[in-house]
Write a protein that binds this ligand. Structure first.
Ligand SMILES: Cc1ncc(COP(=O)(O)O)c(C=O)c1O
Length: 427
């Protein structure tokens, strides 16, 4: 990479090598703490690397605030662990990643130049250049826009090919045209080509095989034009774990970095360790008589004298209403069922069958042991969704704190106003 601006200092943030409590803006703690286990992150990295041929690069997918784990905590650890590349969805995420000290290449997955306002487009271009971002190219429009830029050194681009997913990407028969257009522009440097699987987590392999064959056929057709050292990449978590033929020069795992797998059959022989543990504490403990309503909508009525506990998490924090009357939380003395409706910021649990619990007792809302009934996969099943969504729903009221001994250098995360200011900043 070319020399990057010393990020962190222009924002006025001091970096914190200790890494602990490093996204705290005040000395007071939230009632909701997500403990991000940095040793588990490093371990998962090693597991992933161990599955790949020597020399295969890892592109950690850090979009959506590192899948809800906190970009400012995760990125420095992965950088120190030797991860070569990062991928994010948006320009703001890319800028934030630079700001928390990521010095290696960043691939922006989204088509960030697809805006009609010329001023907005100019600002975006400036941010791309200033932060030395690698852009995904999926259409000719972006090439035209980039070719009009006033730049000293060319912008790195990866062409994204739609091999069957039917989302972003140029269709294979138009890829040649895009490659030629990129190569013809002195403002651009083609440094990668990639595609994305739609069903790599399925046991049925039809579409996966088709996409892999299509990607290989596209690469063969383009081979005479493609520059040497081009990064060819295709594998998400599922393909990284199960399909070495899809590893090419770089793998692009997201969920596995965080110690989880998209489908149960993929995790059987792996030792990935979930990174996030979400805890809170009891903010009320009280005894209700039999026949008493619990929470909104009278969705639960006590059938016996009941010791009720209140936990300060609700659907605003991503603990969704479909968990009402269904999930359990962990206490130091055993599990307690969630009773009644989960409300916006609180929920009730039944402590009757446990030894007396005190106010302030720690409650484990999401356990980092996958075999527990309140693990991310278990909650995903209850919510009728996927582990990704459970993690991404976790709200900003939850304070992410790094634990473990593998913390890298970092800076606190930015608030939205600071991000916007950084995006607009010129050289
Ligand atoms: C283009 C792209 N590559 C890789 C990933 C990582 O996927 P996973 O978390 O399944 O590894 C994603 C996530 O959605 C993605 O959009």
């Amino acid at each position: 990479m070319r020399g990057l601006p010393a990020l962190g200092s222009p924002t006025g943030f001091a970096t914190d090598r200790g890494g602990r409590l490093n996204n705290l803006n005040s000395p007071m703690h939230s009632d909701l703490i997500a403990r991000i286990n940095t040793d588990h992150l490093v371990h998962n990295c090693r597991v992933i690397r161990g599955l790949c041929r020597p020399g295969t690069r890892i592109c950690a997918v850090l979009k959506a605030d590192a899948y809800g784990h906190g970009l400012s905590l995760v990125a420095p650890v992965l950088q120190e662990a030797g991860v070569e590349f990062a991928a994010v969805a948006t320009l703001l995420e890319a800028v934030e990643l630079r700001t928390v000290g990521w010095r290696r290449p960043i691939l922006v997955l989204g088509n960030v130049l697809a805006v009609t306002d010329p001023r907005e487009r100019r600002e975006r271009l400036r941010a791309i250049i200033r932060h030395q971002l690698t852009l995904s190219i999926t259409d000719y429009e972006a090439i035209k826009t980039l070719s009009r830029m006033d730049v000293r050194s060319p912008v790195e681009v990866h062409i994204k090919v739609d091999t069957g997913m039917g989302r972003m990407g140029v269709l294979p028969d138009q890829a040649l045209f895009l490659v030629q257009a990129v190569l013809a522009s002195p403002k651009l440097r083609l440094s990668g080509i990639y595609s994305h699987f739609a069903t790599a987590d399925f046991e049925l392999r039809d579409l996966v095989d088709h996409q892999l064959a299509t990607f290989n056929a596209t690469l063969s057709r383009l081979a005479p034009l493609l520059p040497p050292n081009l990064a060819r990449h295709l594998a998400n978590t599922a393909a990284t774990l199960t399909l070495p033929a899809a590893h090419f020069d770089m793998v692009r795992p997201g969920l596995a970095m965080y110690g989880l797998v998209p489908a149960e059959h993929l995790g059987a022989n792996l030792t990935l360790k979930p990174v996030l543990r979400l805890v809170s504490h009891l903010t009320a403990v009280k005894d209700l008589p039999a026949g008493h309503c619990v929470g909104y909508g009278q969705a639960f009525t006590t059938r016996r004298p009941t010791r009720l506990g209140i936990v300060p998490i609700g659907y605003y924090d991503g603990y969704v209403r479909s968990l009402s009357n269904r999930a359990v939380v962990g206490t130091p003395d055993g599990d307690a069922p969630v009773i009644g409706r989960v409300s916006m910021d609180q929920m009730a649990v039944d402590l009757t069958d446990l030894p007396p619990q005190r106010l302030g007792t720690e409650i484990v809302i999401i356990d980092d042991r996958v075999d527990r009934p309140n693990s991310v996969p278990a909650l995903a099943r209850l919510m009728n969704t996927i582990p990704y969504e459970v993690l991404c729903l976790l709200g900003q009221r939850i304070q992410r704190i790094a634990v473990g001994s593998s913390c890298g250098a970092t800076a606190p995360p930015l608030d939205p106003r600071q991000k916007q200011a950084l995006l607009a900043a010129t050289d």
